[in-house]
Design a binder for this molecule. Structure first.
Ligand code: DX5
Ligand code: ZN
Length: 217
């Protein structure tokens, strides 16, 4: 299977959001990565439900929604109604992660779990077969344009091993500091999906940049 590319609209031109969505529609990208930040779980505030509902009207690819918020369990139905196809919560933000994942799946969405850079893979041992996607953060969440944390590669290898040994079907997605160089190392380490924000939207030719990423695997 070729690598899944999920451009993050956090680095898109919000004044021309419609055009940026069309660009992703006609690109080789597979998903739209949407970053929701609450100013509490992460030291930044991005956008939320009304914007996602609008994006849904124009997007022709699945919405991969990354919640960087505390108590995400309170908003699952609202993100479902806004159009999320994949809903990812942070392990660090969930007291009852198992319950939260079951709730996400009860709406027919794919359930993702994100891990901050300091959170070890072995925290997933007893839950990995309930997860559709693990989002490995390769920067501290909150901002686009940060430098890739190299130890993330080893985390991806460890996660791949855990998934294979447990016969889980979880996909491995990596988010933060992804470019063609880090992307290549990540696909070699076992990543199935790559998020890229600033590398795509700050590049002179985003369509080509997406296509270059897509060709990594
Ligand atoms: C960061 C977000 C990312 C962000 C990635 O907290 O989760 O999705 O948009 O940006 P880049 O690709 O620029 O590191
Ligand atoms: Zn993200």
């Amino acid at each position: 299977m070729s690598v899944i590319i999920s451009p993050s609209l956090l680095s898109a031109d919000f004044l021309n959001l419609g055009k940026e969505i069309e660009l992703v529609n006609k690109s080789k990208a597979d998903w739209f990565h949407l970053d929701v930040m609450d100013g509490i779980f992460v030291p930044n505030i991005s956008y939320g439900l009304p914007i996602i509902s609008q994006i849904k009207k124009k997007a022709e690819k699945p919405l991969d929604v990354h919640l960087m918020i505390v108590q995400p369990e309170h908003y699952i139905e609202q993100f479902y109604k806004a159009g999320a196809d994949i809903l990812t919560v942070h392990l660090e933000a969930c007291i009852h992660l198992h319950r939260t994942l079951q709730c996400i799946k009860s709406f027919g969405m794919k359930a993702g779990v994100a891990l901050n850079p300091h959170t070890a893979i072995n925290n997933l041992e007893d839950i990995i077969t309930d997860i559709d996607l693990v989002l490995v953060m390769s920067v501290n969440p909150g901002f686009g344009g940060q430098t890739f944390i190299e130890t993330s590669l080893n985390k991806v290898r460890k996660l791949k091993k855990l998934i294979q040994e447990s016969e889980s079907k979880a996909l491995i997605e990596v988010d933060g500091g992804v470019n063609t160089e880090t992307g290549r190392s990540l696909t070699e380490a076992g990543a199935d999906a790559l998020v890229a924000g600033s590398f795509v939207f700050n590049s002179p030719d985003p369509l080509k940049t997406i296509s270059d990423l897509k060709e990594l695997k």
